[in-house]
Ligand binder design. Structure first.
Ligand code: SF4
Length: 608
């Protein structure tokens, strides 16, 4: 095996309790890198045998990015991959922290769970020692307590990845959580429900080995250089992490408000901004492993445990989306989501959806179990979140996410749903940046800003590596398809190598990615060659979606974003413009009019 890998995949069949390893071959490694690239290959190879996302036949892959465990700055991402219960198709969710490097230190490039345990279990991995242990006593417990008890039971240096009650109860918005109250969340596409469907409460890892690299001296020099200018630039562009961006994002109309019905939120945005939060409740900053950026805020918000501050997405989802300007309520919702193991984006969207239904009289206090769900009512939000986490009363329906909930509640609810492919839209309003509208429509895991992060380039973040040096007009379609294709492929590289996507603020493009890769593996990959690999991986994920029945009809935006303005000066996304961008995107990709990769393109990508 090339350096950079540790050479083995770990397989744990929860039904038969068989534990085995396989050797990762170099051809597969070069073709799919690691992280969700390798995860896509593993799922694609088994696709015909998977009956349903929540059936034991759906393999659940925990995949460290290729560069995790090395000293490459920002290389620490775990990708959790499977077919998604939210989309019915490709699913992946990623988290930072230290779990991925730890798995590589234990000697594995990935661990794949198959089958379903008869009773709740957790898996303890300590180097060569892999053990399936009972977890009945933890079933029903929140993630914070689970983390604490498993560290006590295994080793204080171990890292826990696991689920809360939401995953156990198969909520389609359940995530996989890491690192207790310092909460790193693999949030999107319901991977926590897949874990729950296997009766798998947690995966606890401790490794004491290392990761060999091909050119340790070169890597050390390059990584040390990062500690200088790039680190300063990172700090300047990303002060207080994502929460530091609340006011700026609101100012340009990128912050969704009132369940995407729009408006302005200038003063309120300041009240819930990272700046206000850090001033009132800040303790210190924190970093993931192998990252000098310290972008994570640790806060002590009254009524919550000291821990990971709400990120921008959480602030938007439980703030402007629900018309709530209380930092304390946002902090509590953040903590509850982390403990129940709920994706904050989807949970906040779902509460906003229910608030709108309440306002319109479609849901009553009686329907909601006595909750008076008016806009901005913090107590009501917290009460409803408990119901969703426990699947009690109306919470049982809402835990499915907005689209399935609307389907069950009736046709009047349909227009209030704001999602793509079953995944609720994040806190970057696509009416503000049309490249993001296209990104949401066509991204492989449904509506997700992190699949493309196109709005950063569109708004002027220079990316000379990809040919972008100036802002683009956000309300025209020209050039947006090309931008989305390039950024989708670039993000596949980030996901395959396990690099944190916040490194986009220092314009990490294919050139530096290829450099890191070559230092670690000894390969001689060019930036273009790496983008080609990314294109192949992107198409493999698309092929999974096509095989699961998705096509052009699913590559669209919800009605609200195509018909309702965001505010006076920002209109809806032009539906004809959307169609034009989509057609152009398909053309560049070499897909047919339905959105399926053509045979010629698959041949060119060595996929046919
Ligand atoms: S930039 Fe922030 S989230 Fe990303 S690796 Fe560094 S500390 Fe973690």
């Amino acid at each position: 095996m090339p350096k950079g890998y540790v050479g083995k995949l770990l397989w744990v069949d929860l039904a038969s309790r068989k534990i085995s390893t396989t050797v990762l071959d170099e051809g597969t490694a070069q073709g799919y890198l690691g992280g969700s690239g390798l995860g896509a290959k593993l799922i694609s190879d088994r696709l015909k045998t998977i009956k349903d996302p929540l059936h034991p036949s759906n393999p659940l892959c925990f995949m460290p990015g290729l560069l995790c465990g090395t000293m490459v700055p920002g290389a620490n991402r775990t990708a959790v991959c499977a077919l998604s219960p939210a989309t019915g198709a490709w699913g992946e969710a990623r988290a930072g922290g230290a779990w991925a490097p730890m798995l590589k230190y234990a000697g594995y490039d990935g661990v794949i769970f198959t089958g379903k345990a008869k009773k709740p279990v957790y898996v303890w991995i300590e180097n060569d020692h892999v053990e399936i242990r009972p977890a009945e006593k933890l079933w029903g417990k929140g993630f914070y307590e689970t983390d604490e008890r498993l560290l006590e039971e295994t080793h204080r240096d171990a890292i826990v990845g696991g689920i809360g009650p939401a995953g156990e109860k198969l909520s389609r918005m359940a995530c996989v959580m890491f690192e207790g109250k310092y909460a790193r969340s693999a949030g999107r596409t319901g991977m926590g429900a897949v874990m729950g469907s296997k009766n798998l409460k947690a995966v606890v890892v401790r490794g004491t080995g290392g990761v060999p690299v091909a050119d340790p001296v070169g890597l050390m020099k390059r990584a040390s250089a990062y500690g200088g200018k790039e680190k300063q630039r990172f700090k300047r562009n990303f002060e207080l992490g994502t929460a530091g961006g609340v006011m700026g994002v609101e100012a340009v109309g990128d912050m969704p408000i009132h369940n995407f019905m729009g408006g302005r939120w200038t003063e309120k945005a300041e009240r819930i901004s990272g700046q206000t939060m850090f001033k009132k409740y800040g303790k210190h900053e924190r970093s993931c492993l192998s990252c000098p950026s310290n972008c994570t805020l640790v806060v002590d918000i009254p009524g919550t445990a000291v821990g990971h501050a709400p990120e921008y997405e959480t602030i938007g989802a439980f703030g402007s989306m629900c018309e709530n300007d209380s930092l304390e309520v946002i902090g509590k919702c953040n903590e509850l989501c982390n403990d129940y193991g709920l994706d904050t984006i989807s949970a906040g969207n779902t509460i906003a959806f229910a608030m709108e239904a309440f306002e319109k009289g479609l849901l009553t206090e009686a329907d909601l179990g006595g909750i008076r769900l008016t806009w901005g009512n913090g107590e009501a939000m917290i009460a409803l979140l408990h119901k969703i986490g426990r699947r009690e009363g109306i919470g049982d329906i809402l835990a499915e996410g907005t689209r399935p909930a609307a389907e069950r509640l009736g046709k009047d609810f349909g227009d209030m749903v704001v999602e793509v492919k079953g995944v609720e839209i994040p806190m970057h309003d696509p009416r503000a940046y049309w490249s993001n509208a296209l990104n949401y429509a066509v991204a492989n895991r449904g509506a997700c800003h992190m699949e493309g992060v196109t709005f950063t380039v569109e708004s002027g973040l220079p990316f000379p590596d990809l040919g972008y040096t100036a802002p683009m007009d956000p309300y025209i379609t020209d050039g947006k398809a090309q931008l989305a294709v390039k950024m989708h492929d670039l993000m596949v590289i980030y996901d395959g190598l396990g690099i944190c996507k916040f490194y986009i603020v220092v314009s990490y493009g294919p050139t530096i990615m290829a450099e890191w890769l070559n230092y670690c593996t000894g390969w001689k990959v060019t930036p273009d060659g790496l983008m080609r690999t990314a294109e192949r991986i992107f198409n493999v994920k698309r092929l999974i979606n096509v095989a699961r029945g998705l096509s052009r009809k699913d590559d669209t935006l919800p009605k609200r974003l195509l018909t309702v303005p965001q505010r006076d000066d920002i209109g809806p996304v032009d539906p004809q413009g959307m169609e034009r961008m989509l057609t152009e995107y398909y053309r560049i990709r070499g897909w047919d009019e339905k959105g399926s990769p053509t045979r010629e393109r698959l041949k060119a990508l060595q996929l046919a």
